[in-house]
Design a protein around this ligand. Structure first.
Ligand code: SAH
Ligand code: SF4
Length: 337
């Protein structure tokens, strides 16, 4: 069976060898506009073609295995992949009722960040583009609210799976979902950021900075060793020069670990640039650490978080604190897996 959710109309026609070519457009529209994943009800296709396609093409390859709903409106899905692996995706709802889809790009993650549940699972494999698109389609098809944005903040490191990420963004874009509504979050892979810039995907970029103190960051995020902060900063500057957009810096706050005075100072220095360096255009997003059993961290007290936020604001840097949603179903950041 051929998975087809990540194919564009002309590719559908070509891969499935259906004529005339406009059949590709019709199939694409059934799947992506009407969210119909069953060939037998695709009414404008000839009955013989419907039967034929049902036997050899797969509009959706993921199977929903579990759905957990939090009282705050967050819904976490567990999906089974064709090879038996599982991944998770989440719908988050803001106060105005708008929905955000949080999608995974890998089974597990190879980056091993110490504070992250997915990181503790290790890496199994990259997701194929159709497995990423499938998550989006299944989340959309589970009903209102309409999804107003997509964030790649589920399992895995999106920039370590850039070809499949790009293909997903292209398919979403073709179906009318603008890349400007897509945020790609990365642990800070310098080559990946450069490559993302070269590809000129119009997505938003978020960096899990966690700390701008090199020693603290290296301890918490081992990839800092091969992607040191000065190189990361330069890659962000270059990216911004090319695309001009504000970058989000995500700081997962852990008590006594990265909520110290030194961490604020380092962060302000990283953003403003010292010694004549160019400043970065950013929004700092503070995320109080979401508790995970058997992890040695604690979320800072509310007062400490306010203090941290205030210090950043005083330096003239825009900052917000993300209210955790979905923690009751382990659907919050870093709790997937
Ligand atoms: N690999 C990418 C995207 C997935 S992680 C990245 O690292 O950016 C998604 C977000 O969850 C990141 O900002 C990460 O820093 C955050 N996160 C990980 N563990 C967390 C935890 N226990 N509590 C709160 N946020 C966490
Ligand atoms: Fe991977 Fe991101 Fe978790 Fe780090 S924070 S282990 S990069 S998913």
């Amino acid at each position: 069976m051929i998975p087809i959710s990540a194919l564009l109309p002309d590719e559908l026609a070509g891969t499935l060898q259906v004529v005339p070519a406009y059949r590709g457009k019709q199939i694409f529209s059934w799947i992506h506009d009407r969210l119909v994943f069953d060939f037998t009800v695709m009414g404008n296709l000839p009955a013989t073609l419907r039967r034929d396609l049902a036997g050899r093409a797969l509009p959706i390859g993921l199977r929903e295995e579990a759905r957990l709903e939090d009282a705050d409106g967050t819904v976490k899905f567990r999906f089974r992949l064709l090879d038996g692996e599982t991944i998770e995706s989440v719908i988050l709802r803001d106060r105005r009722g708008r929905g955000t889809a949080c999608l995974s790009t890998q089974v597990g993650c190879a980056m091993g960040c110490l504070f992250c549940r997915t990181g503790s699972l290790g890496f199994s494999r990259d997701l194929d583009a159709h497995e990423i698109v499938d998550q989006f389609l299944l989340l959309r098809s589970c009903g209102p609210p309409d999804l107003s944005s997509v964030v790649f903040m589920g399992m895995g490191e999106p920039l370590a799976n850039l070809d499949n990420l790009q293909r997903t963004v292209d398919v979403l874009s073709y179906s009318g979902f603008s890349p400007r509504r897509v945020t790609v979050s990365t642990c800070g892979l310098v080559e990946g950021i450069r490559s993302l810039g070269e590809r000129k995907l119009a997505v938003r970029l978020a960096i899990s900075l966690i700390s701008a103190d090199s020693e603290v960051r290296t301890k918490l995020m081992p990839i800092t060793r091969s992607n040191p902060l000065p190189r990361l900063r330069q890659a962000l500057l270059d990216y911004q020069k090319g695309l001009g957009k504000r970058i989000t810096l995500e700081i997962v706050l852990m008590a006594g670990i990265n909520d110290r005075s030194e961490d604020v100072e380092a962060l302000v220095g990283f953003v403003q640039g010292r010694g004549g360096k160019q400043p970065l255009k950013v929004l700092v997003n503070l995320i109080p650490w979401n508790p995970l059993p058997e992890f040695p961290y604690k979320r800072p007290e509310a007062k400490r978080i306010e203090w941290f936020e205030q210090r950043i604001r005083q330096a003239g840097i825009p900052v917000t604190t993300r209210i955790s949603r979905g923690s009751a179903v382990c659907g919050a950041c870093g709790q997937l897996g």
